[in-house]
Design a protein around this ligand. Structure first.
Ligand code: SAH
Length: 290
């Protein structure tokens, strides 16, 4: 079972949305959610997890000693396995479908994607991030060392995931640096905006990741052909009634001709992607065979 551990000062927020629908149905059988209250690791009788920032300024900062002890405890629960550790942060690598697929490694189905490269980190690249995100790249260019790393990390990612959620103005930089260096912790953002806390971002990441677990969907094909799988947005979907407010569903979908239907869907996907996401379209065009 794929185990996700979340570190938060608001444990009651979980499982939240993850407790509903297919993610909720798989909870406890296909995947498992363990919540750790960071406050339990506070040192004083007031259970204080934050303090004022050195150098002044607005807001509070989460203490490194408290966060470190919570992380150490969480990691210990996986021993001897080594989970992926994520820190939700607006400064992180922006989350994507490719990242979800790569992070899930062995747990996900054989999704074929041609764009892992585009999400590689730049700058102070966490080497491990690059390795995770390279899992689905063309293996012909890998060195022996890289191949060994991929194997190690694919196995690692099967061991589950720990997600650290910040609050207030964020977390003391020292504990972030130590966990990045010593444990390959990855900073992950869900987009260029700032929220009050990492809990909603964590739920989004968990949702997208566990969606990749083989067996969680009623129809496993649905993760393979939806938006972003091959840098194309999904084609339009229709259901009953066949005519509604004078609008009929496209004729071809009623034809029963699967070849035609596939062709029509691909055309639609291409049209929609070209119009709505020229960036994805460019990527797709540069490698249309995936
Ligand atoms: N002062 C910080 C923001 C802190 S917001 C800054 O300017 O960068 C408090 C917490 O919310 C963060 O530590 C992080 O865990 C979470 N958070 C906020 N926005 C986020 C985003 N876009 N993606 C992921 N996590 C986010």
């Amino acid at each position: 079972m794929f185990r996700v551990t979340v570190l938060t000062i608001f444990p009651d927020l979980f499982p939240g949305a993850l407790g509903f629908g297919l993610s909720g149905k798989g909870l406890g059988s296909i995947w498992d959610l363990h919540i750790i209250n960071i406050r339990d690791f506070a040192k004083d009788k007031h259970k204080k997890v934050d303090d004022t920032p050195y150098g002044g300024g607005a807001g509070m900062v989460m203490r490194p000693d408290v966060v470190h002890d919570a992380l150490t405890h969480a990691l210990g629960l996986y021993h001897p396995h080594i989970p992926t550790i994520l820190f939700m942060s607006p400064r992180g690598q922006v989350f994507s479908q490719n990242m979800a697929v790569s992070l899930m490694g062995n747990n996900s189905g054989p999704l074929v994607t041609n764009s892992s490269k585009s999400v590689l980190m730049e700058g102070e690249t966490a080497r491990r991030t690059a390795v995770y995100l390279s899992v689905y790249e063309d293996s012909s260019t890998e060195s022996t060392q890289q191949k060994a790393d991929y194997k190690e990390l694919r196995e690692r990612s099967s061991d589950g995931m720990i997600i650290l959620c910040g609050r207030y103005e964020g977390i003391d930089q020292r504990v972030i640096d130590i966990w990045k260096t010593e444990h390959g912790m990855l900073e992950v953002s869900i987009g260029d905006f700032v929220l009050f806390g990492g809990e909603l971002p964590a739920m989004i990441v968990i949702d997208a990741c566990i969606r990749q677990i083989t067996g969680i969907m009623n129809n496993p094909d649905s993760t393979k052909i939806e938006s972003f799988s091959v840098d194309l947005l999904e084609y339009p979907q229709y259901t009953k009634p066949s005519t509604w407010r004078g609008e009929s569903v496209p004729e071809v979908l009623l034809s029963g001709n699967h070849g035609e239907i596939e062709r029509w869907r691909l055309e639609q996907s291409e049209e929609i992607t070209k119009e709505l996401r020229p960036d994805l379209w460019g990527r797709y065009r540069s490698n249309p065979d995936g």
